[in-house]
Design a protein around this ligand. Structure first.
Ligand SMILES: Nc1ncnc2c1ncn2[C@@H]1O[C@H](COP(=O)(O)OP(=O)(O)OP(=O)(O)O)[C@@H](O)[C@H]1O
Ligand SMILES: [Mg+2]
Length: 355
């Protein structure tokens, strides 16, 4: 099969059709609401932490790297003996957070950052493809559906063009651009592996870059899993049928649906935090502090060390606090090997369900 070389951006034809424009309005509205609602959570790290892990799990699942929430949460607080899958999912969240820092600091999303993100994700320095032979195959039939550019220089030139498109202003709605960028990136397919996941990280970073979101909390992977056949089909049909409008509408719908779901989740977490605050204030006034509540929500699993470090108390006191919280059934203790962990079960359940 001959290779497909995507055209340089911008795309010459009109892409903001009436249908697309209509959908950008509702998608932007939902996204702006999410960005606002996120601010009700007093410590933004709480949301970043929990939602990044969720996204890492979902995005990796598209690649058939399956973890359970439990494995994942344990892995993320360094419990030994984690599975390879959990390790890969963890790499995804490190890669995403690294990208977030780079974009926040530099107000740019450069090619070299994208290379760094993929390196972090795959934990190898292979970089941009310089040997031919990469094909995309249909997972069921093994048939080659798409051969991306094979020549190193062609790939680099296309990436330079994409970098320009990402960072220089244009008149399109940023959400429309995000869809175009994702298509273009996946079609360049610059790496040997991890292109899908890197591309999905670029989506969120682009929204940060354009100021649509302050923190990385809109994750489309759950939507993509639910609509996975459409994801592959529509990407393909932009190439084979020039069906850009359908692809853009698919992505806009993803932004809208996911924003609405995430708003519910953020509100759910906020309500639970308030409820927990009230309960601890009333029943355990001696141990209550705003910081304590935040620690319990920073991660579904809490260790005695977290309290020691963040509250500046002794291990003995920290352990007493957690026991009292367990007594109120706010936390549930589990023993893993030689260590004791305390689970915020309601938060755990909420994140698992994704509301
Ligand atoms: N026909 C296609 N045209 C363009 N891109 C495609 C096509 N089919 C699949 N893709 C993209 O290629 C990705 C898979 O590539 P790769 O294996 O390098 O990435 P990954 O991150 O390891 O995998 P995954 O996306 O499955 O997690 C898909 O997620 C999708 O984004
Ligand atoms: Mg892969």
């Amino acid at each position: 099969m001959t290779e497909f070389i995507p055209k340089n951006l911008p795309i010459p034809q009109t892409i903001e059709t009436i249908k697309v424009l209509k959908k950008t309005i509702s998608a932007n509205r939902a996204l702006a609401k999410l960005n606002g609602v996120a601010k009700i959570i007093p410590n933004q790290a709480i949301l970043i932490n929990s939602l990044v892990l969720q996204e890492a799990k979902d995005s990796s699942e598209i690649e058939n790297i399956i973890t359970t929430h439990d494995e994942l949460y344990r892995a993320s607080i360094d419990i030994s003996n984690i599975t390879n899958e959990a390790k890969e999912v963890q790499n995804y969240s490190f890669a995403l957070l690294k990208g977030f820092d780079l974009v926040k600091e530099n107000h740019l999303l450069l090619k070299k950052y994208i290379v760094k993100i993929q390196e972090e994700l795959e934990q190898n320095g292979a970089g941009v493809r310089c040997q031919s032979g990469t094909n995309l195959k249909n997972a069921q039939t093994g048939e080659v559906v798409f051969t991306p550019p094979q020549n190193y220089e062609t790939i680099q030139n296309l990436l330079d063009n994409l970098e320009k498109f990402i960072n220089e202003p244009n008149d399109n709605d940023p959400l429309v651009n995000m869809a175009i960028i994702h298509y273009q990136f996946e079609s360049i397919h610059p790496f040997y592996d991890g292109n899908g996941r890197t591309g999905r990280i670029i989506n969120i970073l682009y929204l940060i870059l354009k100021g649509l979101l302050d923190i990385p909390i809109l994750y489309l992977s759950r939507y993509i899993i639910k609509n996975k056949n459409d994801y592959y089909r529509l990407l393909q049909e932009v190439r084979t049928k020039d069906a850009l409008e359908e692809w853009i509408l698919y992505m806009l719908d993803g932004v809208e649906q996911t924003s609405i779901e995430t708003i519910n989740l953020v509100e759910g977490i906020n309500n639970l935090m308030e409820k927990t605050t009230d309960e601890v204030k009333e029943k355990l006034p001696k141990i209550y502090s705003k910081d304590l509540i935040e620690i319990l929500f920073m991660h579904p699993y809490t260790k005695i060390d977290f309290l020691v470090d963040k509250l500046g108390i002794t291990r003995q006191t920290a352990s007493k606090y957690l026991k009292e919280l367990e007594h109120l059934e706010i936390m549930k203790s589990i023993q893993i090997k030689n260590s004791k962990y305390f689970i915020n079960s309601q938060l755990f359940a909420m994140l698992q369900k994704g509301i």
